[in-house]
Design a protein around this ligand. Structure first.
Ligand code: 13P
Length: 255
């Protein structure tokens, strides 16, 4: 089946609100005309609301970079899915490796977040991926399966079908070292196989699996040519509207 591609920019802890608004305008001007593809930007938390207003009337989605699983409560510094839905977020990135390694995000918490996001009509972008040491130890598939199983355990089949999985090998993030299209495809196929075991082939065929890790205008086309790569989660190259638009327009560039 053909899945609609989804390209998302993870801006991480970059850009002021003013800079983020300028980038969002650039993304809208350059990317809103592309049909047949979902485009999402992921600004810092304080920029979400103004950027959502700036993108009003466009087809561009807006992702938060993290959330808590509770609706509200004494969780200083956190944002709830209720709050993110209220301001108009469409997606939330959860389980990013930077949150796992630097901020103690656990597999179990990623599952709670995925559950809570679907309860409030938000789409989780579930990040999974192995470290270099895990890859070198031959543990890649075991690691991504463990992370995936915990994230999807609380979801119903239809919720899983609407979710996005992002395979981001930790060794490829911000390093300029992209997984080769074949390396990425091998893991993406294993992820889809696991989704089929968990929820059936029909559901697995609907889940969009993004690749993330040093995606650039120069490597997106080869990645997207792989059968199980349905999009990209882009860090550094999403901070410039021209390079992000060149990634989003990978099909046009091919013509
Ligand atoms: P880079 O594209 O900068 O490698 O970052 C990838 C990433 O972590 C996206 O979530």
């Amino acid at each position: 089946m053909s899945r609609r591609p989804i390209i998302a920019g993870n801006w991480k802890m970059n850009l002021t609100v003013a800079e983020g608004l300028a980038l969002a305008s650039g993304v809208r001007d350059r990317c809103n005309r592309f049909r047949g593809i979902d485009v999402v930007v992921g600004p810092a938390a304080m920029a979400l609301h103004p950027i959502i207003k700036r993108l009003d009337g466009s087809a561009i989605g807006v992702a938060a970079q993290n959330c808590h699983w509770a609706d509200k409560g004494a969780y200083t510094g956190e944002l709830s899915p209720v709050q993110l839905a209220e301001v108009g977020c469409t997606h939330v990135i959860i389980g990013h490796s930077e949150r796992r390694t630097l901020f103690g995000e656990t597999d179990e918490n990623v599952g709670k977040k995925a559950r809570a996001l679907h309860d409030h009509g938000l789409i989780p972008i579930i990040c999974i991926g192995e470290t270099l040491a895990e890859r070198e130890a031959g543990a890649t598939i075991d690691v991504v399966r463990r992370q995936l199983d915990a994230a999807i355990a609380p979801l119903e089949g239809d919720e899983l079908a609407r979710s996005v999985v992002a395979y981001e090998p930790v060794w490829a993030i911000g390093t300029g070292k992209t997984a080769t299209p074949e390396q990425a495809q091998e893991v993406h196929a294993a992820i889809r196989g696991r989704l089929a075991e968990a929820a059936g082939k029909d559901v697995a065929e609907q889940v969009r699996i993004q690749y993330g890790g040093s995606v650039k205008p120069t490597n997106i086309r080869a990645l997207m040519a792989q059968p199980d790569i349905d999009g990209a989660l882009v860090g550094g190259a999403s901070l410039d509207s021209d390079s992000f638009a060149r990634i989003v327009s990978f099909k046009e560039d091919a013509d």
